[in-house]
Design a protein around this ligand. Structure first.
Ligand code: AMP
Ligand code: GLY
Length: 423
């Protein structure tokens, strides 16, 4: 089978490596991929948002299955376009990807169907938002409605900061049209858990839980990033929390989307907060998380392609989705200065012994040499019997990988270990 994977980061590299385990997979094309995954896929210089280019390539190569991994092409309707050409696809249609594409849509859906989430108000008028802020509880959370490269959420610690955030979204249009509408919501507290799930629109099968580390620096300081490391499973996701999430959040969400005539197929990512009042939804993503995927898929024991096809065919109920009992840790190595300003073009050396466990996010090839080409450069994932061993092994691997100006957090998994001790 010839498979097309849309996207080019570490998440896509993890998806590709897992798909390759299926012996019927003969070729994988990554659009655009990156030079760090050339051993695992044929990288083709078509942007993930170039739907015409993606469709033309899929037709030319007669691909048998397509996986659309990033949010933008999903929200733009890549799955609708490929499906219309008769190519079976993994991922939601645009009318379901709106669950990530519009925060207003997702908040209103949760309110309508009684799915636990932070209390909120929606504003299309800046003056109304500013006047609401005069009496809103502080801290407060301001969210741009649309996609904003993961930067559309501001936690305002003071009224002044909240007003600035509203003005920059609605007046200065710092996120363009994504800020035409905003959500102002209640600030929740508690540990965060990421749960990715497979769903065919009717059945939902959660994957193993994970914990992201979003801040750039140790001890959760510094700026928010796309994620500096992950561990799985997440110790805060106890069997009791999992049971409540299934009953109060996962199944109600899948049923709500079906009832709205927007059945969700693909990977639905639940960003959860375990608050003192129970688990609540912080956000939905219409795709695999990055770098959650880099710890979740290595623990998947079932065949990924088979499970993906079951979400497309509506046969997930009959398909086994089994995870290992082991633990995984992924440490992201980034370029100094990320997420703001960083240099590119430094040679990367990855010893052959660890190559299988490295997921490359931002690399290019210059004169035959693999060089850094992004903020997040790569992630090293270790799987072990216990979390402390996985953490130790991941950092051992990081110690063998080299590029100039590399930086990484030294405390990935520390909070999870502490949680384990509290329990
Ligand atoms: P993202 O949507 O990935 O940019 O990240 C938003 C982050 O902001 C989440 O991971 C939470 O840490 C935080 N956040 C979002 N909404 C809330 C909320 N209502 N209360 C507290 N923290 C929040
Ligand atoms: N790691 C968070 C995300 O993928 O949105």
């Amino acid at each position: 089978m010839k498979i097309l994977v849309v996207g080019g980061g570490g998440r896509e590299h993890a998806i590709i490596k897992k798909l390759k385990e299926n012996p019927s997979v003969t070729e994988i094309f990554a659009l655009p991929g990156n030079a760090g995954m050339e051993k695992d896929a044929t990288c083709v210089a078509v942007k993930a948002t170039d739907l015409d280019g993606i469709c033309a390539f899929a037709a030319e190569k007669k691909v048998d299955y397509a996986v659309v991994a990033p949010d933008d092409p999903l929200v733009l309707g890549a799955v609708d376009r490929l499906s219309a050409m008769g190519i079976p696809c993994f991922g939601p249609n645009a009318n379901a990807a709106i669950l990530e594409g519009s925060k207003v849509f997702s908040k209103n859906l949760m309110k309508k169907y009684g799915i636990p989430t932070a209390r909120y108000e929606v504003f299309t008028d800046m003056d109304a938002a500013l006047s609401y802020l005069e009496s809103a509880p502080i801290p407060t959370v301001i969210k741009a409605d649309g996609l904003a490269l993961g930067k559309g959420v501001i936690i305002a610690q003071t009224r002044e900061e909240a007003r600035d955030a509203v003005r920059s979204m609605m007046e200065d249009k710092c996120f363009g049209k994504s800020g035409d509408q905003i959500v102002i919501e209640e600030f929740l507290t508690g540990p965060e858990v990421s749960v990715l799930s497979f769903t065919d629109g009717k059945t939902v099968k959660p994957m193993i839980s994970s914990m992201d580390h979003k801040r750039a620096m140790d001890n959760d300081t510094g700026l928010n990033t796309g994620g500096m490391g992950t561990v799985a499973p997440n110790p805060y996701y106890t069997p009791e929390v999992a049971r409540r999430c299934m009953e109060e959040i996962f199944l109600p969400t899948i049923r709500a989307m079906e009832q709205e005539g927007r059945p969700f197929r693909g990977c639905l990512y639940f960003g959860l907060m375990i608050t003192p009042d129970g688990p609540k939804v912080i956000e939905y993503n219409c795709r695999f998380g990055d770098p959650e995927t880099q710890v979740v898929l290595p623990l998947l024991e079932s065949d990924l392609l088979t499970v993906m096809q079951a979400t497309t065919n509506g046969t997930l109920a009959e398909t086994e989705v089994r995870f290992s009992e082991k633990s995984a840790c992924c440490v992201i190595m980034a370029s100094a200065g990320y997420p703001v300003k960083y240099e590119k073009g430094y040679p990367i050396t990855i010893p052959q012994a660890v190559e299988d466990h490295v997921y490359v996010a931002g690399a290019a090839r210059r004169d035959g040499v693999l060089v850094t080409n992004g903020g997040r450069v790569l992630g090293a994932t270790a799987v072990a019997e216990t979390l402390p061993e996985a953490i130790r092994d991941a950092y051992d691997m990081v110690g063998t990988i080299h590029f100039d100006n590399a930086f990484y957090r030294h405390d990935i998994g520390k909070r999870a270990l502490q949680a384990g001790k509290e329990a």
